[in-house]
Design a protein around this ligand. Sequence first.
Ligand SMILES: Cc1cc2nc3c(=O)[nH]c(=O)nc-3n(C[C@H](O)[C@H](O)[C@H](O)COP(=O)(O)OP(=O)(O)OC[C@H]3O[C@@H](n4cnc5c(N)ncnc54)[C@H](O)[C@@H]3O)c2cc1C
Length: 398
Amino acid sequence: MAPRVLIIGASVGGATAAITLRGLGVETVLIEKELRKAKPCGGAVPPAAFREFDLPTHLIDRKVKNCLIVSPSGQETSVPVAGTVPTDDDYVAMVRREVFDGYLRERAQERGAEIIHAQLTGLEVTESGVRASYRSMADGSEHTISADVVIGADGAYSPTAKMLGLPALPRAVAIQERIALPDSQMARWEDTADLYLGAEVSPDLYAWAFPKKDHVTVGIGAGPGHTQRAKELLSNLKRRLGPALDGGQVILREAHALPMEPRKQMAFDRAMLIGDAAGLVVHTSGEGIYWAMKSGQLAAQVLGQHLDAPTAKNLHAYERIWWKEYGTMYQFLRFLQWWGYGNERQMEVFTEMCRNPDVQRLTFDSYMHKTMAPAPWGAQMKMTWDIIRAQARNYASH
Ligand SMILES: Cc1cc2nc3c(=O)[nH]c(=O)nc-3n(C[C@H](O)[C@H](O)[C@H](O)COP(=O)(O)OP(=O)(O)OC[C@H]3O[C@@H](n4cnc5c(N)ncnc54)[C@H](O)[C@@H]3O)c2cc1C
């Protein structure tokens, strides 16, 4: 029997959509071309994802409790990972995508979704249904499959979006190395993650060192104008990290694109886009795992209500609910990227601002628990005053 929903891409977004659809009893098939290699990713996941998607904590390599932010001039700000009301649930989870994605795929299969190891090669959406062509990764044979609706969960290059006739999104590139370190060196990253700012490592985003079970991932993000320099920026970061990487061995170098803008439209007649395919990565952090899962869940819930009439008009509820819920946060974080990473002086101001305890708590409330509660009046005044002082100090000294 033909599935009702076909999902292209069985990574975090696609697998979550499939789990949700199976929960609603909907016949679901996923097409995934890459079941062996992990998606290139820093693997930082907020606790909200573990709570909201009922994920076991054995998927976590390390719980980061402290973030070190290093400005272009080497000014350091150490930020405890804690929200306004500190709890045991305050951490940034570090996961390896091969483990994390593998678990979600298995869960989707256990709930009855089928995963076809194949590459999507063609897509036709008509009034009466969806017909996709794919090439088996096992033996190269060509097949077709029909369904009522397609969900594009196929990442930043989204072939589904392309086959729907949509333009490519502006993209950044992120490149990273997994570096295995001697135990004595790993102690430095027991529960700490580093963020580095500066034109020599990341002109418009940031660079990172994230600890995993037995290695550190060291990487940089480079916006659309700087992607050609990605390897050079990564070398600069490794030079900057210097002795902290002594004795390290590169076990993997990996790179992938990050969408830099959400799509204007995410729901169409018989088709929906989620996660990176819809451009749902937040700007300041490049965070996309939680958002791919959340959009996969919401798209599936909306689709579950309209399977018998999956028109753009009905499926539009997905977009409407999404932007009502998260629009302000996306806009704020986009502004923050523009403001904080705009040039090196602003990066200095940003690093200094991160010393303000209210900024720290609000940042981690919004990252860890996905809540954006307004700060009390007194805290807002103090933050504003600290920004003015930091701006004045950094601009007067140049
Ligand atoms: C280097 C790097 C570091 C990052 N670090 C973080 C981080 O620390 N935390 C965070 O939250 N986010 C991070 N991100 C972003 C995060 O990886 C993505 O936002 C997230 O993976 C998006 O999930 P998704 O399910 O939408 O798409 P993806 O994870 O990109 O998955 C798309 C899937 O579609 C499949 N696919 C593509 N084309 C086809 C085809 N033709 N046929 C069949 N299958 C196909 C792919 O194989 C893939 O499995 C990082 C990204 C990069 C590049």
